[in-house]
Design a protein around this ligand. Sequence first.
Ligand SMILES: Cc1cc2nc3c(=O)[nH]c(=O)nc-3n(C[C@H](O)[C@H](O)[C@H](O)COP(=O)(O)OP(=O)(O)OC[C@H]3O[C@@H](n4cnc5c(N)ncnc54)[C@H](O)[C@@H]3O)c2cc1C
Length: 459
Amino acid sequence: MKYQDLFDGLTSRGISPSEILDGSRLDEELTRDEALTGERVRPIALVSPRTSDDVVRIVQFAQENTIAITARGSGTGMCGGCVASSDSIILSFSKMNEIVEIDTENQTATVQPGVTLHQLDEALEPFGLVYPIFPGELSASIGGNVATNAGGMRAIKYGVTRNQVLGLEVVLANGTKLKTGGKFVKCSSGYDLTQLIIGSEGTLGLVTEIIVKLYPRPKFTATVLAPFETLDQITNAVPKIVSSGADPLILEYIDAIAIVATTQNVGLDLGIAQEIQDKALAYLLIVIEGDNESRIDEDIEGLAALVDELGAMDIYILPPSTSAKLIDAREKAFWVAKAHGANDILDIVVPRSKLPEYMNSVSSIAQATQSWIAGCGHVGDGNVHLSIFQNDSDRLHQAMEQVLSCGIALGGAVSAEHGIGREKRAYFLELEDPNKIELMRSIKTAFDPKGLLNPGAIF
Ligand SMILES: Cc1cc2nc3c(=O)[nH]c(=O)nc-3n(C[C@H](O)[C@H](O)[C@H](O)COP(=O)(O)OP(=O)(O)OC[C@H]3O[C@@H](n4cnc5c(N)ncnc54)[C@H](O)[C@@H]3O)c2cc1C
């Protein structure tokens, strides 16, 4: 369909002309996400509804005219999930960005999908509440988080998006609007449609409202940074720290290359002696939180002693401002890897106990494929982010495939939190259990028989 016909069709159904942009005139940044691979694609149009009824009207028009729709939140995704094909509509949720309600009695927030994490966090602070999902990019939308089941550093304590969403409003491919779940935790009433939609990357329905759980906002945090001489020591230490009852908010590993690159990037000096920097292969970053300052000081001392026993070369208890800067620098690790020419990035997950074996295999794969693989990651929950540097496309594919299949063989999965999108689809389809893929395809067909919602993503 041509842009003008689409414009006429949508405006005749009450969509405001100001909500429709010609795909050929879009800013480049709206034609891609943050995946390191993949093409920029211009859709027929980008449409930015303001209400869920607008979404229904757009979906009905698309159904009648067999036009595909790809949802877009903030475009911070890492796998080409919101990149549409040239004959489709991008449905941007940027104008559906209202916090509908903060319910302090039920400790829930109800938000439109375009609300960003940063926006919700600012709104919750005065209430002493927090929504605890903090993936590395706070400009991400909550709708995008739901669609990708976003995780982030605090997943070790609070879980991922699917652990925090209580209910959804969804517009299905046939234009039906329905609500799933609600402001309650318990529900044993048929299939859990909320959980089915979470992580479905816009392929089953368009999320138009979200109810999330809130928590009291802890007043204090304390941080330990510990360099280790071997990665084995780190990966062996992780299960022991988790089972110690220390209840870390953050438990990250940052390899020696990544820590130098990320701290230099923001001009942060951690005061680590040069001889330690020369010998350390990787660092463990542990943050705890609480409301009682003296108790948290005691707890961090206890944690430091444990990390020392587990073989750390040295222990640094970081002041809050340095800790905040280091966490910020770690969150920017992706941009540093990108600036240094990383060719792909992956976010595989393996059981925590398999990390030593997994990371040893990754080193061997790097050598065998003559690639350079740098990493940091949410090691507390077995999720490692690996940046792969390999300019030769065959070797890159070889390295990616081996790193992923080795993780799956250890009981892991292709993506922990970024999703499959278009860019990890080939690996997913090749390496996942075909029976699971077949079942997923039939679920997709039941929701979207014509295959109009985000075709090309996942499958
Ligand atoms: C520097 C950096 C660090 C990051 N760190 C993390 C991290 O630690 N953990 C993590 O999980 N992710 C991380 N990410 C990835 C990214 O922020 C998340 O995937 C996020 O959830 C994407 O949200 P978005 O609004 O940008 O979605 P988009 O990129 O716009 O879209 C993502 C997917 O969601 C679908 N979608 C969007 N909105 C809707 C909707 N309302 N209904 C249905 N489908 C929808 C899209 O079609 C697409 O498939 C990081 C990204 C960057 C750039």
